[in-house]
Design a protein around this ligand. Structure first.
Ligand SMILES: *Cc1c(COP(=O)(O)O)cnc(C)c1O
Length: 350
């Protein structure tokens, strides 16, 4: 279309996998551990829940609960309609047309989408062969180029690689760029930066309820940063950006710290089980600190072959050709997956 702005020409709309499935291991969604009875009982809303009023623009109660969940003051938190909205808000706040931003590659695909939308130049620093990353190289390039933003996904999607906290701190302290640490999967790892936000004027941490809390459907993420950053980001935030039902469910969900911890432990156990089983089948399996594992395989169209059996995993093109990202399922799902993979591997040999 002629009138569309230059920066978004060539962008494709987000394409979520819509195939029918028996086992869904393609989008890193957590299990529904907190609202198991949602279909039988429905959610119970209090009498003072007013669906005709706009939601609390400050999400006061939700921020208090988030504050307790991560042990950081409510003043340092902004909730968003998924952390995706918060990435967009960061761009809106800090990135002017033609300014440079940096990230490692491969990483979360939305970084490049948002940088296109906001007409930024994205400079990607390549990961090593084994998908580890060189923080010193990033620091060196950042000092040269002085990007407006550095986006660091930690643990990284889709590789599962975790940068040591001391290296993240070096990056933040040795550059003046705003460093956005996307910790969507941090519950499954260690070394969160959330408690360091008041030490640095250039640190933003993003978290979400989509993964470890199994609440991808309510669209709830949050940003943690120092007061100065929170104040300016709040100026670009849309009014009432988090709807009242999401705020309400978020508050209920965050009361379950123990259940969440147990679930995270289960996922970690299953992650090592799944990794071991995949290695036995001679896939290349990359060490992961998230709720998924990345594998490499010569087998052609592996994702399609599994989809025929009703199992969805994520495939990639380009630099990640032959790589597949598999969300860690429960024991039963992982066993079924492994059984089908065995069949597929055996068929290949014939
Ligand atoms: C899943 C994911 C998110 C979370 O997005 P939401 O919008 O909160 O669902 C953010 N960053 C990365 C890297 C992710 O993988």
């Amino acid at each position: 279309m002629q009138s569309v702005k230059e920066s978004i020409k060539g962008l494709k709309s987000y394409n979520a996998n819509q195939k029918p499935f028996r086992i869904k291991l393609d989008a890193n969604e957590g299990k529904n551990i907190l609202f198991k009875d949602i279909s039988s009982k429905g959610l119970h809303f209090e009498e003072d829940f007013h669906i005709n009023f706009y939601p609390d623009n400050d999400a006061k109660l939700l921020r208090e609960k988030l504050s307790r969940y991560i042990d950081v003051a409510p003043e340092n938190i902004i909730p968003g309609n998924g952390s995706s909205e918060l990435i967009d808000m960061v761009f809106k706040t800090f990135v002017d047309k033609d300014e440079t931003i940096m990230c490692f590659t491969p990483s979360f695909s939305m970084y490049s989408v948002f940088s296109k939308i906001h007409s930024a130049k994205l400079l990607e620093v390549k990961s090593n062969e084994d998908f580890s990353v060189d923080i010193d190289l990033m620091i060196k390039k950042a000092k040269e180029i002085k990007p407006k933003l550095i986006l660091l996904c930690n643990p990284n999607n889709p590789t599962g690689y975790l940068v040591d906290k001391k290296d993240v701190e070096r990056l933040v302290s040795q550059t003046d760029s705003i460093v956005v640490v996307d910790e969507a999967y941090m519950e499954f790892a260690h070394g969160s930066m959330v408690k360091e936000v008041n030490k640095y004027r250039n640190l933003i941490v993003l978290r979400t309820l989509s993964k470890a809390l199994g609440l991808a459907g309510i669209r709830l993420g949050y940003m943690i940063a120092c007061q100065e950053i929170i104040d300016v980001v709040n100026c670009v935030r849309s009014p009432y950006n988090v709807n009242s039902i999401t705020q309400y469910i978020g508050v209920l969900a965050l009361k379950n710290k123990e259940k969440i911890k147990d679930y995270v432990e289960e996922v970690k156990k299953e992650r090592s089980f799944l990794s071991q089983e995949l290695k036995k089948l001679h896939f290349t399996v990359y060490d992961s600190y998230a709720n998924f594992v990345l594998i490499k395989s010569e087998i052609k169209d592996l994702a399609d072959k599994l989809a025929e059996k009703g199992i969805l995993i994520r495939n990639f093109s380009g630099d990640l050709e032959q790589c597949y990202r598999i969300t860690v399922g429960n024991r039963k799902e992982n066993m079924i997956l492994i059984e089908y993979l065995k069949e597929i591997v055996n068929d290949e040999k014939i």
